[in-house]
Design a protein around this ligand. Structure first.
Ligand code: ASP
Length: 594
């Protein structure tokens, strides 16, 4: 096969017994028994046991003695059956071993900074500092393979549909997509800055103006956000766009991609069609725009039941324009302390309180508020929440959004999503165009290039106007977003106006883009899928860092290379950039504080 090997060790099976082979790889594990060394030899295909009997192998005793974990070696020898009672059914190569006749050390390894054992996780900063060792672990190697398989499947689906893969620049101008831009100073134009793209949004729209019609790209995107556990400053999107397209065309393409990727990575079929849910329904039933629908526990409206109630907490809320909502959490068997904890959680989530009920075996309802409620009211709740004996019911009376988001979070806590391993895709449609900002203005709910469902509605009541944007959700995580775009420069101008960007400002910042829209722009629509998150869910990883080859830490640093780093004075001079004195002064402090 190559100078170094005739076979991949992980592919040896009982059919190979009696064959002479040459293998190359790393010593994954070594055990010595009666002077004989048993080693697991690992290469990209897997692991096979090799046996070195010093009496039969020409390897010098010193070499054999020095061999430690992660030495890179090559061996020649004969494949033989493992002796009775020593086969390992958990290993693909568990029936065979290789009796080593010759052994070469290709490259020794220093003592490892941590054990490369999938059963133990070293501290993450260490894993990242020695990522090249961390990636040798089977779990991480499997994640890299899954990522490659997923991307190959995406390309396959899109190539079949005659999409063109087009690259767009990574040194661009700052655009308003919601996050802070990462900036790159320009040497040829000192004092000026490129931005790294938050996404290829405007370029892919320009490609539609350019007549490309079907575009995709595996695109690196950059957002200078404060880190959350599942965010990185740089991440990868499958970005796509189509001309003469409407929402259904996008969702149909996404469904084909989801199905192709899951088939290739997990070897299962997803259920199709992927269900669609409006944003309003998602919020009302699950308290979030990314519902986890692997388990029920939908939130229901209980206003009618309590319209005439004697219970002030309910009628007062209803009179103030609030609502009473609840869900059936199923059999939970919580103690009094457990309910107190839930009530505290609900308060932390912003709700005024939480009311719990348990349906007893005789059908009666146990609850701290049972004495304030009539039999009809209690029976009404039991019926509305389809409750049976043993079920726990949770109810919040509050302003709509507070009630449903609080219950939605309790639903997630009690539904134990970690115990479900099915894959439930969902499209959320009909998002609002805008969302309120803290200072009383409006911001785009998706981005400002998203088309409203109805232009007049957007002009007359922007706060409630519905957009033509949609999200793809998998198991309660947002996999990506997209929209039908504005292709009329007039409407684009109106959106900027509603966002408080004046004509002059819009012209100065996006004149180049608005001008392009004036040259016969086709109606178009698109989407972007977060590749890292998609792969992490398919691999049952909690964090996207586990499926990124070289991720950054929570503070945006790379412990392996030391990025971000300081640069020479001359470099700064050429760029016309100066580091502020107080920042430089902080550099003089001990490294930990730098
Ligand atoms: N560019 C958008 C984003 O990154 C996706 C899209 O609308 O296509 O969220």
């Amino acid at each position: 096969m190559t100078t170094y090997r005739t076979r991949h060790g992980g592919t040896l099976r009982s059919e190979d017994i009696g064959r002479e082979v040459q293998l190359a790889g790393w010593v994954a594990r070594r055990r010595d028994h009666g002077g004989v060394a048993f080693m697991d030899l690992r290469d990209a295909s897997g692991i096979v046991q090799v046996v070195v009997n010093p009496e039969k192998a020409p390897a010098s005793p010193e070499v054999l003695r020095s061999l430690r974990s992660e030495f890179c070696i090559s061996v020649t020898g004969m494949v033989r059956a493992r002796p009775e009672g020593t086969t390992n059914p958990d290993m693909a190569t568990g029936e065979v071993e290789v009796a080593v006749a010759g052994l070469d050390v290709l490259s020794p390894a220093e003592v490892l900074p941590f054990q490369l054992d999938d059963r133990f996780d070293a501290d993450e900063a260490r894993r990242l500092k020695y990522r090249y060792l961390d990636l040798r672990r089977e779990r991480m190697a499997a994640n890299l393979r899954a990522r490659s398989t997923a991307i190959r499947a995406m390309r396959h689906v899109l190539d079949d549909r005659e999409f063109l893969e087009v690259e767009t620049p990574t040194l661009v101008v700052s655009t308003p997509e919601g996050a802070r831009d990462m900036l790159v100073p320009s040497r040829l134009r000192p004092g000026q800055f490129y931005a790294l793209p938050q996404s290829p949004q405007l370029f892919k729209q320009l490609l539609m103006v350019a007549g490309v019609e079907r575009y995709y790209q595996i695109a690196r995107c950059y957002r200078d956000e404060d880190f959350r556990s599942d965010r990185q400053v740089e991440f990868t999107q499958l970005d796509l766009e189509g001309s003469f397209w409407d929402q259904d065309d996008v969702l149909d393409t996404l469904e084909a991609i989801a199905s192709g990727v899951v088939k290739d990575v997990r070897d299962i079929e997803i259920s199709r069609p992927i269900p669609r849910m409006t944003y309003d329904d998602a919020l009302a039933m699950y308290g979030t725009d990314k519902p986890d629908v692997r388990f029920g526990m939908e939130i229901r409206k209980l206003d009618n039941i309590f319209a005439q109630s004697e219970f002030r907490a309910f009628t007062g809320t209803l009179a103030d324009g609030g609502t009473v909502r609840g869900f059936n959490a199923g059999p939970q068997e919580l103690s009094r302390a457990g309910f107190d904890k839930l009530t505290e959680d609900a308060r932390e989530l912003g709700a005024k309180g939480l009311i719990w009920m348990v349906v007893e075996d005789d059908g009666s309802v146990r609850s701290p508020v049972a004495k304030f409620l009539s039999d009809e009211e209690l029976a009404g709740v039991v019926a509305a929440l389809d409750a049976a004996s043993g079920d726990t019911l949770l109810i919040v009376a509050d302003e709509f959004r507070t009630a449903v988001t609080g219950l939605g979070q309790l639903r997630l806590d009690l539904g134990q999503p970690g115990n479900h391993d099915e894959l439930e895709f969902l499209f959320i449609v009909d998002f609002p165009v805008f969302e309120p900002t803290a200072d009383g203005g409006l911001a785009p709910a998706h981005h400002p290039f998203t088309a409203p469902l109805d232009v007049d509605e957007m002009r007359n009541s922007p706060e409630t106007a519905v957009s033509r944007s949609y999200d793809m959700v998998l198991n309660g995580a947002e996999l990506g977003s997209g929209s039908v775009r504005i292709h009329d420069p007039e409407v684009q101008g109106q959106v900027f106006e509603i966002l408080g960007i004046s004509k002059e400002q819009a012209e100065a910042r996006f004149g180049w883009f608005m001008e392009a829209l004036r040259y016969g722009t086709p109606p178009h629509a698109g989407f972007a899928i977060g590749v890292d998150r998609f792969v992490s869910i398919l691999q049952n990883e909690q964090n996207i860092r586990e499926v990124m080859p070289f991720p950054k830490t929570q503070t945006g640093a790379d412990p392996l290379t030391g990025a971000p780093g300081r640069v020479e004075e001359e470099q700064l001079e050429e760029l016309g950039v100066d580091v502020r004195p107080e920042v430089k002064a902080a550099w003089l402090e001990p490294p930990g504080n730098a």
